[in-house]
Design a binder for this molecule. Sequence first.
Ligand code: CA
Length: 522
Amino acid sequence: MLKKNQIENISEKSLVIAVLLLFVSCLEIKKESSPPKPNIIVFLVDDMGWQDTSLSFWDKETPFNKLYHTPNMERLAKEGMKFTQAYATPVCTPTRVSLMTGMNAARHRVTNWTSQKDKIHGMEKNHATLEIPEWNMNGLSPVAGDPHAVYATTLPKLLQKAGYQTIFIGKAHFGARGTIGENPLNLGFDINIGGTGAGQPGSYLGTDNYGNGIKRLKPWAVPNLKDYYGKDIFLSEALTLETIKSMDNALADKKPFFLYMAHYALHTPIMADKRYLKKYTDMGLDPIEAKYATLIEGMDKSLGDIMDHLKEKGIDKNTIILFMSDNGGLSAVARGGKKHTHNKPLSSGKGSVHEGGIREPMIVKWPGKVKPNSTTNQLVIIEDFFPTILEMAEISDYKTVQKTDGRSFLPVLNGNITADNKRSLFWHYPNEWGPSGPGIGASSTVRKDDWKLIYYHDDESFELFNLKDDIGEQNNLVSSNPQKAKELAIVLSDYLKKVNAQMPKHKKTGIKVAYPINALNN
Ligand code: CA
């Protein structure tokens, strides 16, 4: 028989054990309930204009909003925050390199779209009046010392190091063909479906094998899609199916994922996504414009499919979606209807530093963090994605080999600031795009508050606009407001000097294009 004090002793011991067990289980619960890192999706559309959607990014609905059909963008905006003044650069590669590195184009010097290794574009070499500087025509490189390339620590590399599964789907165009940077696998991505140095697909059609095996389309053939060859599956759909597979694989590996879903749509060749064509031809649209509208709707369906899948898998609450385009809608060539009008009320389009070329449709959804159905007028630019995404992933002690320019917009998403637009944004394009039109040509630009100053290198001339009063950039105020022009020319010149921006030379004199403030004083 046990004595009384023995019994007490046992009960005391049991109590201690019970308390200990409770404590440990509490710790376990705490460990389990600490939220996992969020999955992060960058949904990047190619060449999508600010008006290529049924979702209004302005203070009123436009005829384009009524024409196009993007119900899933509308749904995303209802669940997240819409940015009405989000910017990229006027063409593909500079935007993509800024996103990957956090650097402004003036600093990374990949100022134009990349093509072939060590080759400057013919239209740049043969420019009538300007000697184009030796920009980083090879694009982004993960290796130091590559000629004509910017060496940088990339966003996916930092996420990969922090335990993220890094998935690349779609169009890369980070580096010229034949360089190490053309392959996303060399830039910190674990998986690459479809990405090369090409800036467009050979074909959107599965029945064309997306350009594979067709000699004239070889440079633009989209790789890694063999399962879809010969099938009537549009490229946007094939990439979406691959995206869903890749997300499921990451889930099976129990890893948070960073998905960079970069559609080839809406880039040329403007081909019809037959699933949607009848609706637009029945509306009596120009045949090219009807096809363009189908590219938009197919891209939007992809967004919806991804959102649906996240919900099905129960991970929608812990997945951030950032929707963005890499430059404005094409308008100077290859479109139906009148040139430079496809982004109205904005002036011009892709290739231009007028708003039509650089203002983008941007939406961010982060359940529990970003207020649903909210809108911000905060100015943001593409290099801001870099620090923002790292902050979202709670990566703070990172080091980069490059100096960065981007600023995190997380405080805006959290609702901590409504809009802080005292900061200046910069664009630098000492290059030649090809077509001509409003805002197209070698130039440097600054945006501050409602004001925007454009400095054209060729004739050292200026445009000054007040975007609040004149979103269509019709009234050049340089002569009527010389004070504002001067103020912005100083800000722009100081920045160009600070980052040692490359300037072209005048072919006639061999003299470098002057800094804006010097040109204004002449
Ligand atoms: Ca583009």
